[in-house]
Design a protein around this ligand. Structure first.
Ligand code: BES
Ligand code: MN
Ligand code: ZN
Length: 498
């Protein structure tokens, strides 16, 4: 779908989308159309329960007096409550409505709304961004789809006073969308196509944008002593990789970087502690955290963020085999600390233990934020609305919470009190990789990770519940969400650019 910006004027074909505030109060463009059609919009609203609430739509077909085939009334809610996240959701919903109607071409008339906080240009950019994000589709493996089964929308024009301002604002959004789509593509790929080596090759494509990419293989990681990461990968014929990316965009070249670390388990069978077969196919997206790190690097490099950023990914496949690690094995991490592997399915924390230690040891960053589809327990706690945030630093957690609220990728704080440390005490090693008993499973994972951050400001985002969506929602079609890319891009943009 192609998105363009142009000056406000009444379009002569396709669908015209206009806003209506709560209480059926028409926006200026809607008033113009209502007048030209002899009050068709007001009559249509009178015959429907449509009130103009946020998220409501009413389709008015072929009203006489104008050339366009359809007018789609879009509820904006109360003027003073109009915000950017809501407008992005509206853009997404508009695309869904138009595709469902079989429309190919539409124009959204974005007026300056009295009492609304964002300007018309900002509103236009937000609607366009939402539309773009929602129009994503992973269809490379569909070879037999009939045209009528495909989305129909080809052209979306956003009409606004000051289109060049909206266009400039949108240009940056487009770079972020490129990052989001890169993540969605990676997370959607099946594990026979995407495994550590090919994930590393995907990271290497970022060189074209100026990202420095290094890939460490098994011998290099052995030398560094990454026994925990390598232990997870040793049962697979796919060799493990550590992917190190650097974007150096800060005005001062030697500015201390910020660091993002991703769990890249390209498939999680559970290993010898094997998972049940029902639903195991979902574990292709157990590299969701790493997908976000790659997409984030793409977004930052694409929009030339003025920040120094490190991205590190531990990429492994967790398989059962004659060479797989066993429950009860003790592994020695790069930090020197030992871990008793009680359950080979608690593998993400083993991978991250070495990836986090490596990152702080080599880069001494301002902070580390890791992302991981770490625990099923976080889905029990928070469902799929919010990701769990475990953080040892109040400033960082405040900034993350706020960035998440702004972009609609919401977090919720989880505890990491010292008292939970006892849960991962081992009888034979420095710690074990699962908690005691059945409670607080997500916290046990976080507490293990904490031992590998060397007291640096750090946040662990457990994204197991938000990485994959079973239904379409606002700016996110069902499937891979890329939750985290927009959030962390916003965090960097707001606080860490020079
Ligand atoms: N990748 C899983 C967590 C997961 C589960 C992500 C469902 C997405 C959906 C992780 O490696 C795992 O298996 N965790 C175990 C930990 C347990 C063995 C302590 C879990 O959550 O059951
Ligand atoms: Mn697992
Ligand atoms: Zn896993």
């Amino acid at each position: 779908m192609n998105i363009t910006f142009a000056k406000l004027s009444l379009p002569s074909s396709g669908t015209i989308v206009v806003g209506v505030m709560e209480g059926r109060s028409l926006s200026p463009s809607a008033q113009e159309i209502d007048a030209k059609t002899g009050g068709a919009l007001a009559r249509a609203m009178g015959a429907d329960r449509f009130r103009g609430k946020r998220g409501e739509f009413l389709s008015v077909l072929a009203p006489s007096g104008i050339d366009a085939g359809r007018v789609l009334l879009a509820g904006l809610g109360k003027a003073k409550e109009i915000d950017i996240a809501g407008l992005e959701g509206l853009g997404g919903a508009i695309v869904a409505q138009l595709n469902a109607a079989g429309e190919t071409q539409a124009s959204v008339m974005v007026d300056d709304i009295k009492g609304a906080k964002p300007s018309g240009a900002k509103m236009a950019a937000a609607v366009a961004f939402g539309a773009r994000l929602r129009a994503y589709r992973f269809d490379k493996y569909r070879t037999k789809e009939k045209p009528e089964e495909r989305p129909t929308m080809k052209k979306l024009a956003v009409l606004v006073d000051g289109p060049s301002k909206a266009k400039d604002k949108y240009a940056e959004c487009e770079k972020i969308a490129d990052g989001v789509f890169f993540t969605r593509d990676l997370v959607s790929e099946p594990a026979n196509i995407l495994y550590p080596e090919t994930l590393a090759a995907e990271a290497e494509t970022l060189r074209a944008l100026g990202v420095e990419v290094e890939v460490l293989g098994v011998p290099e990681m052995k030398k560094l002593g990454m026994g925990a990461l390598l232990g997870v990968g040793q049962g697979s014929v796919r060799e493990s990789r550590l992917i190190v990316m650097r974007w150096n965009g800060a005005a001062k070249a030697d500015e201390t970087p910020v660091a993002f670390v991703g769990k890249g388990v390209t498939f999680d069978t559970g290993g010898i502690s094997i998972k049940p077969s029902a639903g195991m196919e979902d574990m292709k997206w157990d590299m969701g955290g790493s997908g976000v790190v790659l997409g984030l690097m793409k977004a930052l490099a694409g929009r030339k963020a003025k920040a120094n950023v490190v991205g590190v990914v531990g990429a492994v496949e967790n398989m059962p085999s004659g060479s797989a690690q066993r429950p009860g094995d003790v592994v020695t991490t790069m930090s020197g600390q030992t871990i008793e592997v009680i359950n080979t399915d608690a593998e993400g924390r083993l991978v991250l233990a070495d990836a986090l230690w490596y990152t702080q040891d080599r880069f001494k960053p301002k902070f580390m934020i890791n992302l991981a589809t770490l625990t099923g327990a976080i889905i029990v706690s928070l469902g799929s609305e919010r990701a769990g945030m475990f953080c040892n630093n109040d400033q960082l957690s405040d900034r993350l919470m706020k960035a998440g609220d702004e972009v609609g990728e919401k977090l919720w704080p989880m505890p990491i009190d010292e008292a939970y440390d006892a849960d991962i005490a081992s009888d034979i090693a420095d710690m074990k990789n699962v908690g005691a008993g059945r409670g607080a499973g997500s916290i046990a994972g976080a507490k293990l990770l904490e031992r590998f951050v060397n007291k640096l400001p750090w946040a662990h985002l457990d994204i197991a519940g938000v990485t994959w969506s079973k239904k379409d929602k606002n700016t996110v079609p069902k499937g891979a969400t890329a939750f985290g890319v927009r959030l962390l891009d916003r965090l960097v943009a707001t606080h860490y650019e020079s």
